[in-house]
Ligand binder design. Structure first.
Ligand SMILES: [Zn+2]
Length: 333
């Protein structure tokens, strides 16, 4: 969104809520929003994975869409608490909600995976609510279609690995088409890879890495526009999360234990996340946050290691029933 919203009161309230962080300011903003919108909206969740992306580099980059998501929601850096800073274990942790001691993935071969016991979050959605539509698309084909055990299981309705020649442009195009459709998925995972590629080729401190973040941001912008342009958008309750599997050394590469390689983050935008809020996140919190948003109750027998991300002030997010507060982030993508 590049222009000023039509209603001048709303940005003022948003700025007030973000600046003070007070419940009063948030409640004031909600009162206006609540009167203008229907009470019950259909929950939808979109998880965007930016391979090899780093949050402080996002801050530096020409990345207006990611900056807007951060300003309109939660900015939560995290740290990978183990030495296996590879994409296989990283995405496995993010998608399953358990650490590698449970999911068993230690490298990019996915050997030793225990996804039958600890399935990906989209498979959890299918098992709990089979009528919901689920979708995973990834420029790294190991995620939707690995030989020897794809992270996203065949239970997921739609799994796409665009041809390598299409790469992130193909992933973006596929995501835009599916998220624009009337029967758009209820839960989506979209992985873009080129930031990681630039990190390996030129280094995590390079200009090329920043430019790759800017390029991915433009693709994120296309994907977010597909969401906000949906004719039914006002009747939908979108949770947007952005995360990364690992970081990069300044010289490029990961797999070691340096702080730069172990960095990760979650940006969360939508109901329950106050604009301008900050906190910390754990990779295992991503899956339960998505499940909770869709109204899927977390079964203790799943032995998830994560919990739904908390509201500022320590309040836990509700079990799928949202009060509608903090709704002011809606639409400000
Ligand atoms: Zn990498």
């Amino acid at each position: 969104m590049s222009h000023t919203p039509a209603r001048p009161a709303r940005p003022t309230l948003l700025a007030s809520a973000a600046a003070t962080g007070t419940a009063h300011a948030a409640a004031t903003g909600t009162a206006h929003a609540a009167s203008a919108r229907p009470a019950a909206r259909i929950p939808k969740a979109l998880l965007i994975g930016l391979d090899g992306c780093m949050l402080d580099r996002v801050d530096e980059a020409d990345a207006p869409h990611l900056h807007r998501l951060i300003a309109g929601g939660l900015r939560a850096p995290g740290t990978i608490p183990y030495a296996f800073t590879f994409s296989g274990p990283g995405w496995s942790t993010l998608a399953t909600g358990v650490w590698l001691t449970k999911h068993g993935v230690r490298d990019n071969t996915f050997r030793g995976q225990r996804f039958a016991t600890y399935p990906d979050v989209l498979t959890r959605v299918e098992q709990a609510r089979p009528a919901l539509r689920t979708y995973a698309v990834s420029s790294w084909p190991q995620l939707p279609s690995a030989t020897g055990g794809a992270l996203f299981s065949p239970a997921v309705d739609v799994r796409v690995a665009p041809p390598g020649s299409a790469y992130d442009a193909g992933t973006t195009e596929d995501a835009v088409a599916r998220l624009s459709a009337a029967d758009a998925p209820d839960a989506s995972f979209v992985q873009l890879d080129n930031i990681d590629h630039a990190g390996h080729a030129s280094g995590g401190a390079s200009r090329a890495h920043l430019e790759a973040i800017a390029g991915a941001d433009a693709q994120v912008g296309q994907i977010l526009r597909a969401v906000t342009n949906r004719p039914t958008h006002a009747a939908e309750d979108w949770l947007i999360m952005v995360t990364a599997d690992d970081g990069h050394t300044d010289a490029g590469g990961h797999g070691g234990t340096s702080a730069r390689e172990k960095q990760t983050f979650v940006i969360a935008h939508g109901t329950g996340f106050t604009p301008g809020s900050t906190g910390t996140s754990r990779m295992v919190d991503v899956a339960p946050t998505l499940l909770t948003h869709l109204g899927v109750a977390i079964d203790p027998r799943w032995h998830l290691d994560g919990e739904p991300l908390r509201l500022p002030g320590g309040e836990r997010r509700g079990g799928g029933r949202h009060s509608g507060r903090s709704r002011e982030g809606q639409g400000h993508l």
